[in-house]
Design a protein around this ligand. Structure first.
Ligand code: C5P
Length: 400
């Protein structure tokens, strides 16, 4: 999968820089074009001559070549790359990346990179465990960088703990898998609902819920990154997709969401219903603000909203895949399976509000995916973006 790919290999000043040579050789062997960008500290650990000989390109360290004044464009490099891999990534570089401290060519290139970025931390165990480092790594993860976790083992300090850079062969595997997955949804049209719906009581009030749309948008980004043509029908949310190819249709109410979905569904291969649709809407929303003074305590008569997932389920044709969500507080599995059947879904993603770190507003989620034949996969608590990867993996597998 790496054949013909343009890769920026970022090397920083850690003892694990010696492993970058093996990584570089592996990338070149796999047919990738590699541009090495090294930090000044990195140069102390490994010589640019070795790296340029193996990559067939001059190694970039400074903003300018001193004797000719030639400027190295981090912008052009950022656009050229299909991926950037920073291995080893020291605590210092991770901190600079997380905080935008662009005082060297490597961090400047990182900030200009449009391509996915892979970060393989390597440092002493206490530096790795320090809350500052952990916070910076989490920040990088939240900006959609791929963290290649370091391993436990003996470190350069002879201490034993977590901080050894992942082996070059494993990093190559991660990249290979990424490019393989990147295109596994090519040609698929995917509809995703996300966020809450607002049901108007009067022009200033509504019935709604705490959904932020984070899970739905994370799924949209993941699917688009893997080549799908994605449209999100979103209730009122304040977030945007990271992948610029994701189309967003903004709606307010469940009725509007249903209308938008009904239009898109016949042309789609997959629909993922991640919206928290309000179950009821006021029967007769007032066209003027309901006044407190004159009317005492108003009674709001409610009507049932349409079930969008079930409506799509009824018109599902051969070859279409419909995925729903179940957010439950009790008898989770039974309720999820009942919904799967009643709404004619092919797969349901169950998250229990009993799990800490799962549900509305938070950046993490813990899910189980149950398929039509009641096959169940339980996943660990992860960032919503990592959960999106698991969900899309299941969908891609089911669509094979
Ligand atoms: O029935 P319940 O609301 O628990 O079902 C959740 C699943 O159904 C979610 O996938 C949700 O997006 C979808 N749903 C819907 N329209 C509704 C209610 C739920 O599409 N009116």
């Amino acid at each position: 999968m790496l054949k013909g790919k343009n890769i920026i290999l970022g090397i920083t000043g850690g003892i694990a820089a010696y492993k970058s040579v093996t990584l570089l050789r592996g990338l070149v062997k796999a047919g990738a074009e590699v541009q090495v960008v090294i930090t000044p500290a990195g140069r102390e650990f490994i010589t640019p001559v070795t790296l340029s000989a193996l990559s067939g390109r001059p190694v970039i360290c400074d903003f300018f070549t001193a004797n000719t004044g030639e400027w190295h464009s981090h912008v052009d490099l950022g656009l050229w790359a299909d991926a950037m891999v920073i291995a080893p990534a020291t605590a210092s570089t991770i901190g600079k990346m997380a905080n935008g401290i662009a005082d060297n060519m490597l961090v400047t290139t990182y900030l200009s990179a449009k391509a996915p970025v892979f970060v393989a931390p390597a440092m002493d165990l206490d530096m790795m465990a320090h809350p500052t480092t952990q916070r910076n790594i989490e920040l990088l993860r939240s900006y959609n960088n791929h963290i290649i976790e370091p391993k436990e083992g003996e470190l350069a300090s002879h201490l034993v703990g977590k901080g050894r850079m992942e082996e070059p062969e494993k990093i190559l595997e991660v990249l290979d898998k990424f490019f393989d997955q990147q295109s596994d949804l090519k040609g698929k049209r995917i509809l995703i609902t996300a966020g809450p719906t607002y049901e108007r009581i009067d022009p200033v009030r509504f019935i709604g819920n705490f959904s932020t749309g984070k899970m739905g948008f994370a799924i949209a980004d993941e699917a688009a990154d893997r080549g799908a043509d994605v449209t999100v029908v979103a209730g009122p949310v304040s977030i945007k997709p990271s992948n610029p190819s994701v189309k967003v249709i903004g709606v307010e109410s469940a009725r509007q969401m249903l209308d938008a979905c009904n239009k898109l569904w016949p042309e789609c291969d997959i629909a993922i219903m991640a919206a928290a649709v309000a179950d009821y809407a006021p029967a007769n929303p007032a066209d003027k603000k309901i006044k407190r003074e004159h009317q005492g305590v108003p009674t709001i008569e409610l009507v049932k909203n349409p079930d969008i997932a079930a409506t799509l389920g009824q018109s599902k044709r051969e070859g279409q895949l419909l995925v729903g969500f179940a957010l439950e507080t009790d008898n989770e599995t039974d309720h999820a399976i009942e919904k799967l059947t009643r709404k004619n879904l092919d797969m349901i993603v169950l998250n229990s509000l009993r799990n800490k770190g799962a549900g509305f507003g938070v950046d993490t989620n813990q899910v189980s995916v149950i398929s039509k034949n009641e096959q169940r996969t339980d996943f660990e608590l992860k960032s919503k973006r990592a959960v999106a990867t698991d969900i899309i993996d299941c969908i891609a597998e089911a669509g094979k």
